[in-house]
Design a protein around this ligand. Structure first.
Ligand SMILES: [Zn+2]
Length: 163
Protein backbone atom coordinates (compact mmCIF):
# COMPACT_ATOMS: atom_id res chain seq x y z
CA UNK A 1 0.00 0.00 0.00
CA UNK A 2 3.03 2.27 0.38
CA UNK A 3 4.74 1.87 -2.95
CA UNK A 4 7.57 4.28 -2.12
CA UNK A 5 8.37 2.47 1.14
CA UNK A 6 8.41 -1.17 0.04
CA UNK A 7 10.65 -2.17 2.92
CA UNK A 8 8.12 -1.52 5.65
CA UNK A 9 4.76 -3.20 5.95
CA UNK A 10 2.75 -0.63 7.84
CA UNK A 11 0.06 -1.56 10.34
CA UNK A 12 -3.56 -0.71 9.68
CA UNK A 13 -4.48 1.90 12.26
CA UNK A 14 -7.68 1.69 14.22
CA UNK A 15 -8.94 3.13 17.49
CA UNK A 16 -7.28 0.40 19.54
CA UNK A 17 -3.77 0.80 18.16
CA UNK A 18 -3.55 4.34 16.79
CA UNK A 19 -1.86 5.78 19.87
CA UNK A 20 0.76 3.03 19.90
CA UNK A 21 1.76 3.61 16.28
CA UNK A 22 1.63 7.41 16.28
CA UNK A 23 2.89 8.34 19.76
CA UNK A 24 6.49 8.30 18.56
CA UNK A 25 5.92 11.71 17.04
CA UNK A 26 6.03 13.11 20.57
CA UNK A 27 9.36 11.39 21.19
CA UNK A 28 8.03 8.71 23.50
CA UNK A 29 6.07 5.55 22.98
CA UNK A 30 2.65 5.60 24.66
CA UNK A 31 1.14 2.43 26.04
CA UNK A 32 -2.28 1.97 27.57
CA UNK A 33 -2.24 2.02 31.36
CA UNK A 34 -4.89 1.35 33.97
CA UNK A 35 -5.62 4.46 36.01
CA UNK A 36 -6.96 2.41 38.91
CA UNK A 37 -4.03 0.07 39.51
CA UNK A 38 -1.24 1.37 37.28
CA UNK A 39 -0.94 -1.81 35.20
CA UNK A 40 0.49 -1.33 31.69
CA UNK A 41 -1.47 -3.13 28.97
CA UNK A 42 0.01 -4.21 25.66
CA UNK A 43 -1.44 -5.21 23.28
CA UNK A 44 -4.26 -2.82 24.12
CA UNK A 45 -7.36 -4.24 25.78
CA UNK A 46 -10.60 -2.51 26.81
CA UNK A 47 -10.33 -4.06 30.27
CA UNK A 48 -7.40 -4.13 32.68
CA UNK A 49 -6.32 -7.78 33.05
CA UNK A 50 -5.01 -7.01 36.53
CA UNK A 51 -8.01 -5.37 38.21
CA UNK A 52 -10.70 -5.61 35.50
CA UNK A 53 -10.95 -1.83 35.54
CA UNK A 54 -12.02 0.07 32.46
CA UNK A 55 -10.48 3.45 33.20
CA UNK A 56 -7.54 3.10 30.83
CA UNK A 57 -5.44 5.80 29.21
CA UNK A 58 -2.26 5.89 27.12
CA UNK A 59 0.81 7.11 28.95
CA UNK A 60 4.40 7.55 27.75
CA UNK A 61 6.95 4.93 28.71
CA UNK A 62 10.68 5.40 29.20
CA UNK A 63 11.55 3.50 26.05
CA UNK A 64 14.18 1.55 27.92
CA UNK A 65 14.08 -2.17 28.25
CA UNK A 66 15.85 -5.49 27.96
CA UNK A 67 16.19 -7.87 25.06
CA UNK A 68 14.50 -11.05 26.29
CA UNK A 69 14.48 -13.04 23.06
CA UNK A 70 15.48 -12.60 19.45
CA UNK A 71 15.68 -14.27 16.10
CA UNK A 72 18.12 -13.42 13.37
CA UNK A 73 16.25 -13.52 10.12
CA UNK A 74 18.34 -14.49 7.11
CA UNK A 75 15.43 -14.97 4.74
CA UNK A 76 14.41 -12.22 2.32
CA UNK A 77 10.76 -12.38 3.34
CA UNK A 78 10.12 -8.72 2.66
CA UNK A 79 11.34 -7.33 -0.68
CA UNK A 80 13.76 -4.48 -0.10
CA UNK A 81 14.18 -5.20 3.63
CA UNK A 82 17.46 -6.99 3.35
CA UNK A 83 18.53 -9.76 5.71
CA UNK A 84 20.09 -10.42 8.03
CA UNK A 85 18.11 -8.42 10.54
CA UNK A 86 17.13 -9.00 14.14
CA UNK A 87 13.54 -9.61 15.20
CA UNK A 88 13.55 -8.67 18.87
CA UNK A 89 11.30 -9.29 21.84
CA UNK A 90 11.88 -6.43 24.27
CA UNK A 91 10.60 -6.26 27.82
CA UNK A 92 10.11 -2.66 28.87
CA UNK A 93 11.52 -1.47 32.19
CA UNK A 94 8.08 -0.31 33.33
CA UNK A 95 6.71 -3.74 34.15
CA UNK A 96 7.70 -7.43 34.06
CA UNK A 97 6.02 -9.08 31.09
CA UNK A 98 5.37 -5.81 29.25
CA UNK A 99 6.85 -6.90 25.94
CA UNK A 100 7.03 -5.53 22.42
CA UNK A 101 8.06 -7.37 19.29
CA UNK A 102 10.21 -5.12 17.16
CA UNK A 103 13.50 -4.99 15.31
CA UNK A 104 16.88 -4.41 16.90
CA UNK A 105 19.02 -2.00 14.93
CA UNK A 106 22.36 -0.30 15.36
CA UNK A 107 24.09 -3.45 16.55
CA UNK A 108 26.33 -6.00 14.86
CA UNK A 109 24.44 -9.27 14.76
CA UNK A 110 27.25 -11.21 16.45
CA UNK A 111 26.97 -8.87 19.46
CA UNK A 112 23.26 -9.38 20.00
CA UNK A 113 22.58 -11.31 23.19
CA UNK A 114 19.78 -11.98 25.65
CA UNK A 115 19.82 -9.42 28.44
CA UNK A 116 21.12 -6.59 26.26
CA UNK A 117 19.88 -3.24 27.58
CA UNK A 118 18.09 -1.41 24.81
CA UNK A 119 16.37 1.90 24.17
CA UNK A 120 13.74 2.96 21.73
CA UNK A 121 14.03 4.94 18.55
CA UNK A 122 11.45 5.55 15.87
CA UNK A 123 11.29 5.08 12.14
CA UNK A 124 8.55 7.25 10.65
CA UNK A 125 6.65 6.43 7.51
CA UNK A 126 3.68 8.52 6.51
CA UNK A 127 2.54 9.27 10.03
CA UNK A 128 3.25 5.80 11.40
CA UNK A 129 6.06 5.91 13.96
CA UNK A 130 7.49 2.40 14.09
CA UNK A 131 9.16 1.69 17.43
CA UNK A 132 12.58 0.10 17.01
CA UNK A 133 15.23 -0.66 19.58
CA UNK A 134 18.99 -0.19 19.72
CA UNK A 135 21.55 -1.05 22.39
CA UNK A 136 21.90 1.67 25.02
CA UNK A 137 25.07 3.76 24.84
CA UNK A 138 26.64 1.72 27.65
CA UNK A 139 25.17 -1.63 26.64
CA UNK A 140 28.52 -3.29 26.11
CA UNK A 141 30.29 -1.87 29.13
CA UNK A 142 30.96 -4.15 32.12
CA UNK A 143 27.98 -4.34 34.43
CA UNK A 144 25.43 -3.37 31.82
CA UNK A 145 22.50 -5.68 31.45
CA UNK A 146 22.95 -7.33 34.82
CA UNK A 147 20.20 -9.76 35.59
CA UNK A 148 19.63 -10.52 31.97
CA UNK A 149 19.90 -13.90 30.39
CA UNK A 150 17.53 -15.68 32.73
CA UNK A 151 14.42 -15.09 30.70
CA UNK A 152 13.60 -16.37 27.27
CA UNK A 153 15.85 -18.02 24.76
CA UNK A 154 17.44 -17.01 21.54
CA UNK A 155 15.97 -18.79 18.60
CA UNK A 156 18.21 -18.46 15.62
CA UNK A 157 16.07 -20.88 13.71
CA UNK A 158 17.27 -19.81 10.33
CA UNK A 159 20.78 -21.00 11.04
CA UNK A 160 19.64 -24.47 11.96
CA UNK A 161 19.89 -26.75 9.03
CA UNK A 162 21.61 -24.15 6.90
CA UNK A 163 23.77 -25.75 4.24
ZN1 LIG B 1 -6.05 -2.17 36.65
Amino acid sequence: MEAWHPFRILPALDDSNRVFWTSGESGALAIVRCRACGFWIHPPSPICPSCLGRDLTPQPVSGRGTLVSFTVNHQPWIPGFDPPYVIALVELDEQPGLRITSNLVGCAIEKVEIGLPVEILFDEYDGVWIPLFQPTADAFEPGAGEGGGAVGAAADASEEGAP
